[in-house]
Design a protein around this ligand. Structure first.
Ligand SMILES: Nc1ncnc2c1ncn2[C@@H]1O[C@H](COP(=O)(O)OP(=O)(O)OP(=O)(O)O)[C@@H](O)[C@H]1O
Ligand SMILES: [Mg+2]
Length: 294
């Protein structure tokens, strides 16, 4: 199984520069200013979040977020550093459970099932709602084993031939097959950064996810490798729902159908990506996308 990426658990080390300079987050006027504008709901959502709050000890990191995630859509999460994008993303497959001081309240459903219910086993949940991290993190194993590992531990293939079929299909779907088919027994860590990231995507696909979470999946990649991942995201959308956190507004505009703008733990605005980037309704969104903030 995936382990949490170090870059996600060392955020405490970053200085929290913005929060103290802004007006009190508890004042009523501030909260009204930061109520979500736009279309938070969709018909027939795959996931639904209602009144989601996240706390790290005393730090209230996510405030009353309401958001639906539609089927076969790519939704981009954007906003300045420290606004809670990764924190929110981690709520969607309970990855925040791995952080001791973290507490999540509110309701999050996947196909109408409460993912935080005590009867839910997080291991299959994290296969259904699977995470691709910022830094490609292949296992120190062969290319084949990187992809075969998940299906094997989840018991998805009884026979060797079935496992092989899953590995080949996943590598094809991740757009990596042609580049690796003659060296499946070589180490995954020997691939280029872009290939490693596609290997991690193949590994994710191999366990049969419904939703794929991507936290800045291209930030360690060059423009050519980034373009390949972006093309791949567009193809994967036919079969999966994808939530992508990105610092690149151009990337959000290229790959997503809906965009959610976060600011200091509030979901400020959400709507069709074209509309958000051409006609933002909230001043904070406008400031961010025009480069006045963040
Ligand atoms: N593991 C953690 N322990 C304690 N606080 C955390 C942890 N991770 C994040 N935080 C805090 O939660 C808030 C939101 O952080 P988060 O990492 O979700 O922001 P982000 O929008 O993903 O930022 P970036 O764009 O820099 O990745 C910040 O105040 C951060 O310090
Ligand atoms: Mg982050």
């Amino acid at each position: 199984m995936e382990t949490i990426d170090e870059s996600n658990i060392t955020e405490m080390d970053k200085p929290m520069v913005e929060k103290p300079e802004l007006p009190s987050a508890s004042s009523k006027v501030d909260r009204e200013d930061r109520a979500t504008v736009g279309e938070t709901m969709v018909d027939d959502p795959r996931m639904s979040c209602r009144d989601v709050n996240v706390y790290y000890g005393e730090n209230h990191a996510i405030h009353d977020v309401n958001l639906d995630i539609g089927r076969n859509e790519v939704i981009a999460m954007i906003g300045p550093s420290g606004c809670g994008k990764s924190t929110f993303l981690r709520c969607l497959n309970r990855m925040n459970d791995t952080i001791d001081i973290c507490r999540v309240t509110g309701s999050i459903t996947l196909d109408d099932e409460d993912i935080n219910h005590k009867k839910i086993d997080v291991v299959p949940l994290r296969a259904q709602v699977s995470m691709v991290f910022q830094k490609p993190n292949p296992f120190p194993k062969s290319i084949y084993e990187n992809v075969a590992f998940g299906p094997r531990i989840h018991g998805l293939a009884d026979k060797k031939a079935d496992l092989e079929e899953i590995v080949v299909t996943s590598l094809k779907k991740a757009g990596l097959w042609d580049e690796v088919k003659d060296r499946l027994d070589q180490p995954g860590t020997g691939l280029s950064g872009g290939q490693q990231q596609r290997l991690c995507i193949a590994r994710t696909i191999a366990v049969g996810p419904e939703v794929i979470l991507m936290d800045e999946p291209c930030s360690a990649l060059d423009p050519i490798a980034t373009a390949k991942i972006e093309d791949l995201i567009d193809e994967l959308r036919q079969q999966y729902t994808i939530c992508i956190v990105t610092h690149s507004m151009q990337q959000a505009a290229r790959v997503s159908q809906r965009t959610a703008y976060f600011h200091l733990g509030d979901l400020i605005e959400v709507g069709d990506t074209d509309r958000i980037f051409t006609n933002p309704r909230h001043k904070l969104t406008e400031d961010y996308i025009t480069g006045r903030f963040g």
